[in-house]
Design a protein around this ligand. Sequence first.
Ligand SMILES: *[C@@H]1O[C@H](CO)[C@@H](O)[C@H](O)[C@H]1NC(C)=O
Ligand SMILES: *[C@@H]1O[C@H](CO)[C@@H](O)[C@H](O)[C@H]1NC(C)=O
Ligand SMILES: *[C@@H]1O[C@H](CO)[C@@H](O)[C@H](O)[C@H]1NC(C)=O
Ligand SMILES: *[C@@H]1O[C@H](CO)[C@@H](O)[C@H](O)[C@H]1NC(C)=O
Ligand SMILES: *[C@@H]1O[C@H](CO)[C@@H](O)[C@H](O)[C@H]1NC(C)=O
Ligand SMILES: *[C@@H]1O[C@H](CO)[C@@H](O)[C@H](O)[C@H]1NC(C)=O
Ligand SMILES: *[C@@H]1O[C@H](CO)[C@@H](O)[C@H](O)[C@H]1NC(C)=O
Ligand SMILES: *[C@@H]1O[C@H](CO)[C@@H](O)[C@H](O)[C@H]1NC(C)=O
Length: 457
Amino acid sequence: MHAHALLALGLLHGALAAPANTRAPDVVSQNGYRSAPYHGPYSGTPTVLGAAKASKTLAPSIAPKPPNPTATYYNAAGVPTQPMPAPYVPAGGLGTNGTLPRYMVNSDWDFESIALGVYQEYIELDLFHDGLARFSDDDFKAAGIGPEVRSLIEFMANQEVGHATLLSNMLGEAAPKQCVYNYPYRTVREWLDFMQRLTRFGESGVWGFLSHLDSREVSQMLSQSIAIEARQQMVFRQLAGLAPMPVWFENGWPQSWQWTMLAPYISSCPAGQTRLAWQNFPTLHILNNPNINRVDANNTRPDGSEQAGNRITDPSSSNVTQGDACMTANGIGKNCQAALARNRTEPLSYPGKKVYFSWDNPGQHVGPNNSYVTSTTAGQPKFVGWSNQLNLTYSPLTVTGQNRGWTTQPGGMVFGDDGVINDTMAVMLTDLDLFVTPFNTTMLNPHIVALGLYQAG
Ligand SMILES: *[C@@H]1O[C@H](CO)[C@@H](O)[C@H](O)[C@H]1NC(C)=O
Ligand SMILES: *[C@@H]1O[C@H](CO)[C@@H](O)[C@H](O)[C@H]1NC(C)=O
Ligand SMILES: *[C@@H]1O[C@H](CO)[C@@H](O)[C@H](O)[C@H]1NC(C)=O
Ligand SMILES: *[C@@H]1O[C@H](CO)[C@@H](O)[C@H](O)[C@H]1NC(C)=O
Ligand SMILES: *[C@@H]1O[C@H](CO)[C@@H](O)[C@H](O)[C@H]1NC(C)=O
Ligand SMILES: *[C@@H]1O[C@H](CO)[C@@H](O)[C@H](O)[C@H]1NC(C)=O
Ligand SMILES: *[C@@H]1O[C@H](CO)[C@@H](O)[C@H](O)[C@H]1NC(C)=O
Ligand SMILES: *[C@@H]1O[C@H](CO)[C@@H](O)[C@H](O)[C@H]1NC(C)=O
């Protein structure tokens, strides 16, 4: 990369004056490479309320339109159709005509997306370090986590210093700062489980907006960091004794889904913190969300009691009776200690499973300083939307009472025998079974009543 490209990234601060490689580039982490001294709830009163807004909002939602008139290219012969700009350079592409790269966000869309990314990188930095600091050698030993694995987790935590720095540099001086967090886990296993959930919404949130960014340069940089986040997600699944990647495609989500799942774990942020424009949906509680600590997750009690807490992506409770616990079970298909790959004889979830829900009303205060307010523009809930792989598929919701209902988990394949519903994935109540595909998933947001995270595999 050229020096001016690096300068734009802020990666050469100070380095121009000094001989090369004598000084490490500046990083943004306030707590250094450590967990914060305080974790817990926020008890004060927020000084502002609600998502960031521009002075004007033009319409209540984005109207669907016909295909882009220029999106017509088709090449049946398989040979270049246009004059080539240079030898070995086929015509087309973005940022391929020799213009100088500018590694900065290039629209409000870009800014808000990368700012969300900064909030995510900072919680990961703190969270990965926090478990390492919180639990004892004996706790780790009991969870099957040895010293080399702890070193790996520490390395992953430090990767977040780089990610937070990179993203902050591409935003400039208004980049959000590190906050104070409030975590749900009580054991090493719940920590690992929470991390595989948190990195799922971190990863999928980025896949959702990456190809919509105006700045292709920022997209390039973000791709190179999300490749690492994806590896972290898989490692945490392995450490939790789950199948590493029970899908053929990772799913992309709208930013508001990511923010909905992230915000409840942020208790307060520094004064003057840059706020986000994304929506916080009400929480969908999955009352029998499969408990990953059971040999047979089908036995998870259907009353919500097998989550470590009541928040949207809280881990499964690791407090499972001896005979039911997969950590102490013997044999292939039953044991779930940390491993490269685990099979489950009894699947965590399956088509035909009855899934029970309760959901929150909008209007709850969540996130940094309780200063964001959950909202929905949808009507009465009628469907359950299952978003995974390349698909968003629906099943009918049976409402059984005030904010209570159930559905039957649908089947369906992506390609071949690759079941759509598997992995750690998003589910939601909607008022309409709107057809959306990976590039227009955000069109569903106005129809979402409540959002949750399902542990399908
Ligand atoms: C070069 O490509 C960029 C987008 O990638 C475009 O904005 C710009 O107009 C192009 N410049 C010229 C001279 O064609
Ligand atoms: C959030 O709380 C922190 C710590 O008390 C305070 O410094 C900050 O100004 C508060 N921010 C808002 C938006 O209320
Ligand atoms: C799960 O449990 C239900 C209710 O106990 C039972 O009807 C069903 O057959 C079980 N399914 C599997 C795959 O174990
Ligand atoms: C574990 O669960 C049992 C019964 O379900 C309960 O009595 C016990 O207090 C729980 N232990 C912890 C540490 O939560
Ligand atoms: C793991 O599960 C698959 C089915 O998902 C099965 O084909 C395979 O034999 C199992 N492997 C072992 C070692 O039991
Ligand atoms: C899932 O998406 C793939 C790719 O678009 C499609 O072929 C398949 O039919 C979809 N499956 C379901 C159940 O919607
Ligand atoms: C989920 O993935 C596992 C592999 O980890 C596979 O054995 C299982 O059949 C898949 N379930 C569905 C419903 O596709
Ligand atoms: C989303 O895109 C698909 C084409 O991939 C289209 O059929 C569908 O109508 C679009 N949904 C909306 C709400 O615009």
